[in-house]
Design a protein around this ligand. Structure first.
Ligand code: TRP
Length: 345
């Protein structure tokens, strides 16, 4: 059976190594398997917190160029901007009818983000997970590769789809599955390995940005926090978050197992060797990405052309789902009477 893969990525902030290993590398791999693999830059989600309209398009271009530089190929996947496909907004509204207010209120991300807002806590922030459900359900996607932090949103999305099917028609929507990468699902901050690497709240020194200069990358790894085991113990373990993080990062960018990295490190003299090895490996992995990014990013028209072509492909799929959803809900003109699309009567 064809497996539709769908994921969404925020156009906010600078992308870091956690985004790369936890999401972007999975996206690139998904191109091989997805039938199709669909990747959406979620500018509508970005409007749920305070933002600058002029900057939003710039950030969408940044993210588009990063994804293309990382290896997404517009011929082999569908890459588009959420705000270019109106079906997302419409399906979001339709799905509110099968979403419980209590569920939305309990979402941890809503609680955290609303507490962090200085002025307006928008209704959009509350509805954020419904729009996310619409993103995925519009394409009847089977797999959703996202990080551990999206577990709650995925559960809610499954509830929404199940409730829709029960209320309006079995089999209308596909119940999607969460797909969390095993390694690298939680890349951690290099300075505070107890917390994940993140754009908000992380330390500059502990966060490796994809567009950091090679020297800066090596420096950040050289200064990474490990632990005070003496003699140094080069293995993974719950009691060793810093060392575990470095081993996992090294394994991820080399696309090998953490076990094989542990074996290789058996002859290392100390944490310094590990830090040098992972710094070099990350610089090497990111060099071609950085070079392609520099070539792609200035060509705004080229980026817009890629997004426009992706939106056309996305719209064609989403429009079919929306026609079924509207019909099942009894909303709007019935275009499907007698199995045919009818004109105005
Ligand atoms: N909320 C996701 C995040 O912050 C982004 C997202 C939006 C998404 N729509 C999606 C992820 C649909 C997966 C599927 O990372």
């Amino acid at each position: 059976m064809a497996r539709v893969i769908f994921s969404g990525i925020q156009p906010t902030g600078r992308k870091h190594l956690g985004n790369y290993i936890g999401a972007i590398m999975q996206y690139v791999a998904g191109q091989e398997r997805g039938e199709p693999a669909i990747y959406c830059i979620v500018d509508l989600h970005a409007t749920t917190v305070a933002y600058d309209p002029a900057q939003l398009r710039e950030r969408v271009h940044d993210t588009t160029a990063i994804l293309l530089a990382a290896g997404l190929e517009p011929e082999r996947c569908i890459l588009f901007r959420q705000g270019d496909v109106a079906e997302h907004s419409e399906l979001c509204w339709l799905l509110t009818s099968v979403t419980a207010l209590g569920e939305l209120n309990r979402m941890h991300q809503f609680r955290d983000k609303s507490a962090a807002q200085r002025e307006l806590v928008s209704a959009g922030l509350l509805l954020y997970p419904v729009l996310q459900a619409a993103d995925v359900l519009a394409y009847r996607a089977h797999e959703v590769p996202v990080g551990e932090d999206q577990r709650e949103h995925l559960e809610l999305m499954r509830n929404i789809a199940e409730r829709f099917n029960t209320r309006f028609g079995a089999g209308t929507l596909v119940i999607p599955e969460h797909r969390i990468p095993e390694v690298g699902a939680r890349v951690r901050d290099l300075q505070e390995p107890e917390r994940k690497m993140s754009t908000t709240g992380g330390s500059e020194q502990g966060t490796v940005y994809l567009l950091d200069e090679p020297d800066a990358i090596r420096r950040k790894f050289k200064r990474a926090v490990t632990d005070s085991d003496d003699p140094p113990v080069l293995r993974r373990g719950d009691d060793k978050p810093g060392v575990t993080n470095l081993i996992d990062i090294l394994a991820s960018v080399r696309v090998v197992s953490p076990q094989s990295v542990e074996q290789e490190l058996a002859s290392a003299r100390g944490y310094g060797d590990l830090k040098l090895a992972v710094g070099d490996a990350v610089v090497e992995a990111l060099a071609p990405l950085q070079e392609r990014y520099r070539a792609l990013r200035p060509d705004q028209q080229g980026l817009e052309d890629v997004l426009a072509a992706g939106a056309d492909k996305a719209r064609a799929i989403a429009a079919e789902t929306l026609a079924d959803v509207r019909a099942a809900m009894g909303v709007g003109r019935d275009r499907r009477a007698n199995g045919r699309v009818r004109g105005w009567v």
